[in-house]
Write a protein of this length. Structure first.
Length: 479
């Protein structure tokens, strides 16, 4: 369930006798968000319009179509897309979808209403995504002609444990900077026993290769980040804070002059394995950013937001909705340089179910309101279907965008995502999450290279995009 402000709501949701019953714990209108098949387009997370409580059921098909068309109307106004001559065909198709919705609303029975609503939704989803790309093309051309890109906008994540030349050779064609994971679990598996060799090797190599470096997270309370001894020792908050900030300080001091940007925190608002309070989460955010500014004042301190639609908040009271967390960071006056945002799709897990380019563009726009630069610190989509428990077919486990995930669909997704992201003047960099597929990653097939280092179509697409955006600069760096 989703409230009128876009915040997920805690609710009991049940299915029986062809009806979905939703009992929420907060007053006011709300919508239902669910993985839904859209004919000819895939299986996407879709939202109904915001509805008031009533005993009689709403027609789900009608409300999904109404919800998407309402959001298209709102974005057309935000984007000023009413009088572009080149957009006339889009405007006509939107009007046709609205006419189909009117047919659904005025239909004599629910079956007829559902049929008309499905046609309206099919048209609305298709034209909404195309309208997003049309808008992106307009602003991307302006940004290119004005030379408004930062010098190093393309990044990619690397495996710290993989340092052979066969792997490294793929970095320069696709990236201006590498993203190095600094997992506390890997660096300090036992108290006061640090392993620096893999990071040292990578930082030295990247410096010699004149590639910039982003590292992080410095602070996270995700179970995948924390050492086992932290998870099992039941530390007090004061002790945990001291240990976390000690870890962060050691890393920043060690590499202060060789790393250009740091993810000071990542996902503190969403992954709260230690059940910290809101005040404690904000305290860790402030202190992590401060560590960067104290020890590496010339490096950028990034506060990274994961799971941007905030599904986790509906089940965990000790988390913070993503946009509220970002607003609290700004209003609290924390000393940091930019927000990071992560988009990982294609797996049957919370926050990874498929969404389309209209939804992605709209989410990016919401971060423009904070008047901070934005870095897409991780984006990923798989090159093969991912099976899962959330769907009735192994081909739709994490949702489907246009067609079941494949090499071609992954490359198409990458091209459109980068076009959308870089059309936003406040987006400075985009980093593809994984250079290579890895069994420990979710989804495991989200890399630009296969496990045997064979390049995928997405790798070629990214290298081509980079050359097109940066021109001679990209060719020079590749040489």
């Amino acid at each position: 369930m989703v409230g009128s402000d876009g915040v997920p709501l805690r609710a009991e949701i049940s299915l029986a006798d062809g009806e979905i019953r939703c009992v929420k714990r907060a007053p006011g209108p709300a919508g239902l968000s669910l993985l839904w098949p859209v004919e000819g387009f895939g299986r996407l997370m879709m939202e109904t319009a915001r509805l008031v409580e009533r005993e009689a059921p709403y027609n789900l098909h009608v409300e999904l179509a109404r919800g998407r068309l309402m959001r298209i109307s709102q974005k057309r106004e935000d984007w000023g897309l009413y009088d572009y001559a080149e957009g006339a065909e889009f405007y006509r198709r939107i009007d046709e979808a609205k006419a189909k919705l009117v047919e659904a609303i005025t239909a004599a029975d629910d079956v007829s209403a559902a049929a008309s609503a499905d046609a309206a939704l099919k048209s609305a989803v298709a034209v909404g995504e195309e309208l997003s790309l049309f808008h992106a093309d307009i602003f991307l051309k302006r940004r290119r002609s004005g030379g408004q890109f930062v010098k190093r906008p393309f990044g990619v994540g690397v495996l710290v444990g993989r340092g052979d030349d066969a792997y490294r050779q793929f970095l320069k064609p696709a990236a201006d900077f590498a993203v190095l994971p600094t997992m506390w679990r890997d660096i300090e598996p036992r108290p006061e026993m640090q392993r620096w060799d893999p990071l040292d090797m990578w930082v030295n190599y990247l410096g010699q290769s004149k590639l910039h470096v982003r590292a992080g997270p410095l602070v996270s309370i995700d179970r995948l980040f924390l050492p086992d001894w932290v998870l099992t020792d039941n530390l007090s908050y004061d002790t945990l804070r001291e240990q976390l900030l000690g870890h962060a300080s050691r890393i920043v001091r060690r590499f202060a002059h060789r790393i250009q940007s740091w993810e000071a925190v990542q996902g503190l608002h969403a992954q709260n394995a230690l059940h910290l309070s809101l005040e404690q989460l904000m305290d860790l955010t402030r202190m992590a950013a401060l560590v960067v500014k104290q020890h590496a004042p010339r490096s950028a301190a990034i506060i990274s937001v994961s799971i941007p639609w905030g599904e986790y908040y509906a089940r965990d009271v000790r988390t913070i909705p993503p946009l509220l967390y970002a607003d609290m960071c700004v209003q609290s006056g924390f000393h940091f340089d930019a927000f990071g945002l992560q988009f990982v799709f294609g797996a049957p897990q919370e926050g990874m179910l498929a969404r389309d380019m209209f939804q992605i563009s709209s989410m990016l726009d919401r971060f423009a309101n904070f008047n901070k630069p934005l870095h897409v610190t991780a984006v990923s989509a798989p090159s093969m279907p991912v099976a899962g428990r959330t769907a009735d077919s192994p081909l739709t486990g994490g949702g489907v965008w246009h067609a079941p995930w494949s090499d071609e669909i992954q490359a198409r997704f990458l091209r459109q995502f980068y076009e959308i992201a870089f059309s936003k003047p406040f987006v400075e960099t985009v980093a593809w999450r994984d250079l290579m597929d890895g069994p420990s990653r979710v989804p495991s097939a989200g890399g630009l290279l296969r496990g045997d280092l064979a390049p995928k179509s997405a790798f070629e697409a990214l290298a081509e995009l980079r050359r097109g955006y940066l021109g001679d600069r990209a060719a020079h760096k590749t040489r």
